[in-house]
Design a binder for this molecule. Sequence first.
Ligand code: HEC
Ligand code: HEC
Ligand code: HEC
Ligand code: HEC
Ligand code: HEC
Ligand code: HEC
Ligand code: HEC
Ligand code: HEC
Ligand code: HEC
Ligand code: HEC
Ligand code: HEC
Length: 400
Amino acid sequence: MRIVDVVVCMAGLAGAASVDAQQAGGRCDLCHAELEFLRQHTETLEEASALLVPSVGQRGTAHDERGCADCHSGYRRYPHPGTAATASCAECHPDPATEWSGGVHAVDAAAECASCHGVHDVASSAGLGETPGLREMNGACVSCHFEPRMPASDPHADSVACTACHEAHGTRSPGDPEAGVHPLNQHATCGTCHDQVAAEWERDAHREAVNETSGPPDGGTSLDEFDLGHPPAAPPGCTACHGAHGMPAVSGDGAVFGRSVVAACSGCHEEYGESFADSYHGQASTLGSGRAATCQACHTAHSIHATEDPRSSVSEENLLKTCRACHPGAAVNFAGFQPHADHADRERYPHVYWSYRFMTALLVGVFTVFGLHTALWLFRVTLDGVRLMRAGTGTREDRS
Ligand code: HEC
Ligand code: HEC
Ligand code: HEC
Ligand code: HEC
Ligand code: HEC
Ligand code: HEC
Ligand code: HEC
Ligand code: HEC
Ligand code: HEC
Ligand code: HEC
Ligand code: HEC
């Protein structure tokens, strides 16, 4: 006879309505680790399985030091009295619970504590920081969020927690200006790990633009005030160039990244994107050259400045050095070449504009004069021919 049966039998013999579980050493596992026993006291196998607590006696969870009764008070007696109650996670963890209730997962209880943490197998913070725990937690997120995917090509797949970018408890929509993944906050969120990049980027023109946008609600610059010709979809944070989920790696085969970043820059700086595409470097890149200059080769990645700013890699002071990285022998006048020359833009490229005008006028003039000359000449030749024919006919008649 198993101990379970002894305990239940004792309860029966004593004629008592309940038995103190303490009599069996307070061991809930006597019953809750016995599927067969639980099955006898439930309608279905599913119900029985739900009562089976497999972690009984197991170690390595966050609640190793908690006894069953710490969370389940009143269950020491069996049959369990109606007054027995299970403490909610929030009772013992008020702070995460408060944060959670301000996030998207609290709306219609979209994801509750147990949806992410489980119930009896809650991992400790330390466990969540290590790869197996981290993957398990990411797995919980993905079990509800099939989209957007985090493909294996993403440098963060598997090694970075979803919650490194998204708040674990006060989870916010990406469009919420308070969200860690919102472009206004990415320098801090991404910067927790990429601190060197973020530090360099602090002085970048795009960081300045983000700063201006995030000014006080009344004083912030609106996106259409930027001098781009059209407002960008979002402030130019880290993901404007890198993308979010599925971002291509930079190291390794950089070709995919190279193409995607040129497309990103060109999406906001349309005119410069077009003039680049028409340029020697642009055409060579399109044809697959991995050596020809792309936007970042001339402008840098995280230290981009306006041309007149002496810190800019394309400022008067630095331009030659920038070209010489790839054209070592370049003479001073080499840098006079204008990568973005646009003959239609009189303001930015007056020389190119007026040269183009002059050359076009010259071309049109030459062709007009030449054309007129040719037409008149043809006319004259035809006239001469007709005259000659008339004269010739007369001669033939005369002969016959
Ligand atoms: C003598 C066997 C036995 C012991 C000992 C026992 N339980 Fe139970 N428990 C059951 C059975 C059977 C059920 C199924 C529902 C019922 O009969 O109340 C159950 C149900 C439960 C439930 C679910 C209640 C519900 O309303 O869904 C909880 C929680 C629970 N037990 C916790 C405990 C804890 C904690 C201990 C130890 C302190 C414990 N039990 C000890 C047999 C036992
Ligand atoms: C840190 C708190 C905590 C500890 C410790 C704990 N539980 Fe639970 N347990 C819970 C929560 C929370 C639930 C889910 C209650 C619900 O879904 O309403 C639960 C559910 C249960 C259920 C019912 C399952 C169901 O579907 O109704 C049983 C049985 C149970 N626990 C037994 C145990 C036993 C046995 C132990 C000790 C080995 C234990 N629990 C330790 C928090 C705890
Ligand atoms: C009876 C109080 C109590 C209940 C109920 C309770 N916990 Fe805990 N929990 C604790 C204590 C005590 C610790 C360990 C002390 C510590 O390290 O903070 C802990 C630790 C944790 C940890 C690890 C903290 C760390 O820093 O490593 C997590 C995560 C956790 N609990 C989640 C939950 C979840 C989820 C629930 C609900 C299923 C829950 N707790 C229910 C008391 C409780
Ligand atoms: C969307 C998934 C998710 C939900 C829902 C969730 N957590 Fe967490 N929780 C996490 C992750 C991930 C961590 C790991 C630490 C981190 O990234 O901040 C964590 C950490 C914790 C910790 C330990 C660190 C700390 O902040 O104290 C506790 C305790 C905790 N959660 C309790 C809760 C409670 C209580 C609830 C329900 C009110 C809850 N969690 C809801 C994902 C979640
Ligand atoms: C039990 C299912 C479930 C789990 C587990 C879960 N979520 Fe959610 N989550 C939802 C639902 C439902 C919504 C609200 C509907 C929506 O916007 O997708 C949501 C919303 C979100 C949003 C806001 C989306 C938006 O467009 O507004 C983010 C970000 C998010 N969850 C991230 C996470 C992360 C990270 C984890 C894991 C730590 C996680 N979720 C775990 C169900 C879940
Ligand atoms: C490297 C940072 C990062 C990591 C890691 C990350 N995300 Fe995201 N996530 C973002 C950004 C940024 C957005 C905003 C969408 C955009 O800009 O395209 C986002 C958007 C979302 C959304 C909202 C989608 C929508 O269309 O509105 C959900 C849900 C989400 N992520 C869940 C997850 C889950 C689940 C994981 C883990 C598998 C995860 N995220 C990992 C950065 C991250
Ligand atoms: C204007 C576009 C742009 C913005 C904004 C931008 N990056 Fe980059 N990032 C690039 C380019 C281009 C490269 C490739 C540089 C190279 O080829 O060496 C790069 C490279 C990287 C790398 C890998 C190489 C390295 O230096 O470690 C990381 C990590 C990175 N960026 C993170 C970030 C973070 C974090 C932010 C926001 C704080 C950010 N980037 C903002 C364009 C950008
Ligand atoms: C929890 C830390 C963490 C956070 C937060 C994080 N990253 Fe990363 N990131 C990594 C790790 C780890 C790698 C892969 C190793 C490496 O190449 O540095 C990586 C790789 C990258 C790469 C590719 C670098 C290369 O050389 O190929 C880029 C680009 C990048 N991250 C950008 C971002 C952006 C943008 C964000 C914010 C939306 C972000 N990261 C948030 C840890 C993080
Ligand atoms: C999301 C849109 C966006 C993307 C993507 C983007 N930029 Fe910008 N860029 C801006 C905005 C906004 C400014 C600030 C313009 C202003 O102050 O009027 C700016 C400023 C600049 C400036 C300084 C010009 C000035 O007028 O201050 C240069 C140079 C520049 N970007 C080059 C690049 C390059 C190269 C890339 C790709 C590696 C890139 N940008 C990607 C939006 C973007
Ligand atoms: C071969 C080097 C080179 C390449 C490649 C290049 N640029 Fe430039 N860029 C320059 C130089 C030099 C200037 C300054 C002269 C000018 O405005 O034409 C400039 C100016 C700019 C400006 C104006 C800055 C200001 O202060 O107003 C923007 C914006 C810009 N480039 C964006 C881009 C984008 C986007 C790409 C890629 C699609 C790109 N550039 C590719 C060299 C380059
Ligand atoms: C990332 C490397 C790189 C940078 C930086 C770069 N170029 Fe180039 N450039 C190339 C390559 C590669 C070619 C093709 C050379 C060939 O096919 O022989 C090229 C070709 C050219 C050509 C046409 C062919 C020729 O050699 O006359 C001109 C003009 C030119 N570059 C100007 C510039 C100027 C001006 C700068 C600086 C503003 C610059 N380049 C910066 C890589 C670069």
